[in-house]
Design a protein around this ligand. Structure first.
Ligand SMILES: *Cc1c(COP(=O)(O)O)cnc(C)c1O
Length: 399
């Protein structure tokens, strides 16, 4: 009746995500509930973010306490939670100093700026290159989408940032090329997450690290998805026997409260002086309250060793599904970051899973990504396996 039907269908939110037809309103532990009261088993953890499960009491209490006192004051003043969180992160990593920001992309931006600043101040380089890897994912800002080794993410956003080159992941030729390029820094995911849940090969990472050391190339690991206990150690690099110069973290650091950070060795961190970098919200009292509670819980409980145990249990369940369904080609990943390589379209399986009240993710067109909270129990993994079995049966029946 005279209305523009097109206009009435337009969401006030930009269409940067194609959303599933589910509206989540509540979460606790491994479960979430929609606006109709339907319960779902959540094996996405808000994309590797709610690592302690939904609404963990330890974080809720710490946030509630901070909510009473001070929300924000800017970085022109000392922030006790920020200093405490930086202390926890440096005491439990090979880094010495921390810069706080609000997201993963911002953490990688800080890492990129730090690498360029280091190259210019320490090495006198005026065109420092940064090497990243094919299929990598480092974020959506202009510098981090340039760092991302996937054309589909860069397409339509030229001109890209100068100073990046891409080498093949887990590939020995890349090691040769690295010695030719002699970049200022390498930015690396130890398990490529968005790119398809592909763990870096142990020997390859060690050879790469040696080349970085011999050529004064900074080794920067993007632990935004792999960090915060996801792979069974606080950081994935611990399992590779390496000591990166810079570590970027975000996702799981605040249990769902937005926060990001880079942790760097002192000789690198020292090139940042007052005015070199900054963020209004970065490390604010609320965000770092969430961070302190999250990291404290992770290091003062059995969660990390539980992850390793649950990872083995989850692998058993996935192996028996693989034996049952020919559509499953491979199982890969580390800790509680798992990928099921499937012959079919992974998105169809994710949709089937939703209809069986199970939330899982994709990582590219043919990988189902499985990210339970690190607090997951064996009986929840059993329930997951049952629901995923139903989802695969649904696909076989052509539902
Ligand atoms: C999610 C992710 C990012 C980007 O984090 P945002 O908080 O979305 O900006 C960067 N790197 C990796 C490895 C990630 O998984």
């Amino acid at each position: 009746m005279g209305h523009n039907t097109l206009v009435s269908q337009i969401s006030p939110v930009m269409a940067t995500y194609s959303r599933f037809p589910v509206t989540l309103v509540k979460g606790k532990g491994s479960y979430v509930w929609d606006d109709h009261g339907q319960q779902y088993l959540d094996f996405t953890s808000g994309i590797a973010t709610c690592n302690l499960g939904h609404v963990p009491d330890c974080v809720k209490e710490k946030l509630a306490e901070q909510l009473e006192n001070l929300w924000h004051c800017s970085n022109l003043y000392h922030i006790p939670n920020q200093e405490e969180l930086a202390g926890l992160l440096t005491a439990n990593s090979c880094g010495d100093q921390v810069f706080f920001c609000n997201s993963g992309a911002e953490a990688n931006e800080a890492a990129i700026k730090l690498a360029r600043c280091y190259a210019s101040k320490v090495k006198g380089s005026n065109f420092p290159e940064i090497v990243t890897f094919k299929q990598s994912f480092h974020g959506r800002t202009l510098a981090t989408l340039t760092a991302t080794g996937q054309e589909k993410i860069q397409h339509g956003f030229s001109p890209l940032m100068p100073g990046f080159s891409y080498l093949p992941f887990n590939d020995n030729d890349a090691l040769e090329m690295l010695q030719t390029i002699k970049p200022a820094a390498v930015l690396l995911e130890l398990v490529q997450g968005e790119g398809g849940v592909i763990p870096a090969d142990q020997k390859w990472v060690q050879a790469l690290t040696r080349i970085c050391q011999e050529n004064d190339i900074l080794l920067m690991v993007d632990e935004i998805q792999t960090g915060m206990g996801r792979t069974g150690t606080l950081f994935a690099y611990e399992q590779y026997n390496i000591k990166p110069d810079v570590i970027s973290v975000a996702k799981g650091l605040g249990s769902g409260f937005p926060i990001g950070a880079i942790i760097a060795k002192q000789e690198v961190a020292k090139v940042f002086e007052p005015g070199s970098h900054g963020s209004t919200f970065g490390g604010n009292p609320l965000a770092t309250a969430a961070g302190v509670a999250t990291v404290s819980r992770m290091i003062n409980s059995d969660i990390l060793s539980d992850v390793q145990e649950m990872s083995v249990y989850l692998d058993c369940q996935l192996e028996s599904l693989k034996a049952q369904f020919s559509a499953i080609k491979d199982i890969r990943g580390k800790g509680l970051l798992k990928g099921l390589v499937v012959e079919t379209n992974a998105l169809d399986i994710v949709k089937q899973a939703i209809s069986h009240n199970l939330l899982v993710l994709t990582a590219g067109p043919n990988v189902v990504r499985i990210l339970p909270p690190l607090t997951v129990t064996k009986s929840e993994i059993d329930e997951f396996a049952q629901k995923l079995e139903q989802a695969f049966q649904g696909i076989e029946k052509g539902e």
